[in-house]
Design a binder for this molecule. Structure first.
Ligand code: ADP
Ligand code: NA
Length: 330
C-alpha cells in the first residue's frame, strides 16, 4: 500500500458544480483514486472568504459531497471529508502565513481578479490569504499530486515554494507536490464567450452548464453555444475556440477522440454537432442528478461517509502537524 498521495479540494459555494469543475478537476479525482492514496475535501473554510448564509453554507457543503459521490468518488477507494472537520488545516495555515512574504502573496492572480470583482470594502483578508491555507491543505497530507484545473497552477507553485522553504529552514518535513493538470480539459471555456474560462463567478448563466440544472436547460445551452461564422468542424483552439471547446467536451464525455469526431462531422454543420452533444450532455447529467438526489435523501449514509473520512484525514493531518510543530520549536 505504498501508493503516492493525491489531495484536492473544491468549494461548496455555488450549490451545483459546473461542467468546468467536472471536466477539469472532479474527473481527475475519480481517476486518481485508482492509482493514489487520495484525499478529497469540500473546502468550507475557503467558502467563508466571502460572506455566507449559515444554513445555505451547511446545505451546500452536503450538496457538494453528494455531487462528488455521484460523480464517482468511492469512499472505499478514497478519503472524502469536510475541511472544517479537520482543525489541523487552520493550524498549519497559520504557520504557512508566517512563512509567506506579503509581496509573494500579492502576486497571486486569482486574488487580483476576485478582489477586483468584490471591491476593496468587501474583500476580506481571508480572501487574500486563502492560497496560503491551500498550501497547508496540500502539505498536511504529504501529497505528491494535486489534481486541479489550469487556474490553480500558480497556487500549487506557491505550495512547492513554501514546502521547500520550510524544509530548508527546519529540515525535511513536507513532500513537495506537483500539479496534476490534464492538458485537454485543464481549461473548459464559457459557452457564450469561449475566450474566458467557464466559471461560477465570471460566466453568465447561458455560458455555464450547472450539473444540477434540468437536463433540457443544459441541452438548450449547448445548442445556443457561440461558434464562429465558418462551418467546418475542426479542432483549432486559436482560430475556432467555440467549436474546439465543444469538441473537447464531447470527446471527454464520450471517450471518442477529437480526430474521430472531426471525421464523423465532416461535411456536416455546427447544428448537427450541437444537437448530438446536447444529447450526450442530457445522458450524462440525468443519472448524475438522480445519484446526487439519492445521497441527499439518505443523510445517515452521507454523514457516516463524511465522519469516517474526517477520522482518516485527521490521523494523517495530525501526524504531519505534530512533526511541523516540533521542528518549529513548539
Ligand atoms: P470556479 O473557478 O468556477 O470558481 P472553483 O474555484 O471552485 O470554481 O474550482 C474548483 C476546481 O475546478 C478547481 O480545481 C479548478 O481549477 C477547476 N475548474 C474551475 N473552472 C474550470 C474550468 N473552466 N475548466 C477546468 N477546470 C476548472
Ligand atoms: Na477556480
Amino acid at each position: 500500500l505504498d501508493r503516492p498521495r493525491a489531495l484536492s479540494g473544491i468549494q461548496p459555494t455555488a450549490g451545483s458544480f459546473h461542467l468546468g469543475n467536472y471536466l477539469g478537476a472532479i474527473r481527475q479525482y475519480v481517476a486518481l483514486q485508482e492509482t493514489h492514496d487520495a484525499f478529497y475535501m469540500v473546502v468550507d473554510l475557503h467558502a467563508i472568504t466571502v460572506p455566507q448564509d449559515p444554513a445555505e453554507l451547511r446545505a451546500n457543503t452536503r450538496l457538494a459531497a453528494a455531487q462528488l459521490l455521484a460523480a464517482g468518488l468511492d469512499p472505499a477507494r478514497c478519503t472524502l471529508f469536510i475541511q472544517s472537520h479537520v482543525p489541523e488545516h487552520a493550524q498549519l495555515g497559520w504557520v504557512m502565513n508566517c512563512l509567506t512574504g506579503f509581496g509573494e502573496a500579492s502576486r497571486m492572480t486569482q486574488f487580483k481578479d476576485k478582489s477586483a470583482r468584490h471591491g476593496s470594502d468587501r474583500t476580506t483578508v481571508g480572501l487574500f490569504t486563502y492560497p496560503i491555507l491551500q498550501v497547508a491543505d496540500i502539505l498536511l497530507y504529504q501529497a505528491n499530486s494535486v489534481p486541479v484545473g489550469e487556474d490553480q497552477r500558480q497556487h500549487v507553485e506557491l505550495t512547492r515554494d513554501l514546502a521547500d522553504r520550510f524544509n530548508g529552514r527546519f529540515g525535511q518535513t513536507f513532500t513537495v507536490p506537483a500539479p496534476h493538470i490534464v492538458k485537454e480539459t485543464g481549461k473548459i471555456y464559457d459557452l457564450q464567450d469561449p475566450t474566458i474560462k467557464m466559471s461560477k463567478s465570471a460566466s453568465t448563466p447561458k455560458g455555464l452548464i450547472s450539473l444540477l440544472d434540468e437536463p433540457k436547460v443544459s441541452a438548450k445551452k449547448i445548442k445556443s453555444a457561440v461558434t464562429d461564422t465558418a462551418t467546418v468542424i475542426r479542432y483549432a483552439p486559436e482560430e475556432k475556440p467555440g467549436v474546439s471547446n465543444l469538441l473537447t467536451i464531447y470527446s471527454t464525455l464520450t471517450g471518442t477522440s477529437v480526430g474521430e469526431l472531426e471525421q464523423k462531422y465532416e461535411g456536416k454543420g455546427y447544428g448537427a454537432l450541437k444537437t448530438d452533444l446536447a444529447e450526450v450532455m442530457v445522458e450524462w447529467v440525468t443519472p448524475f442528478r438522480s445519484r446526487t438526489q439519492e445521497y441527499l435523501d439518505d443523510p445517515e449514509t452521507l454523514d457516516s461517509i463524511l465522519a469516517k473520512g474526517a477520522e482518516k484525514a485527521r490521523a494523517v493531518a495530525a501526524e504531519t502537524l505534530a512533526q511541523a510543530y516540533d521542528k518549529i520549536g513548539f
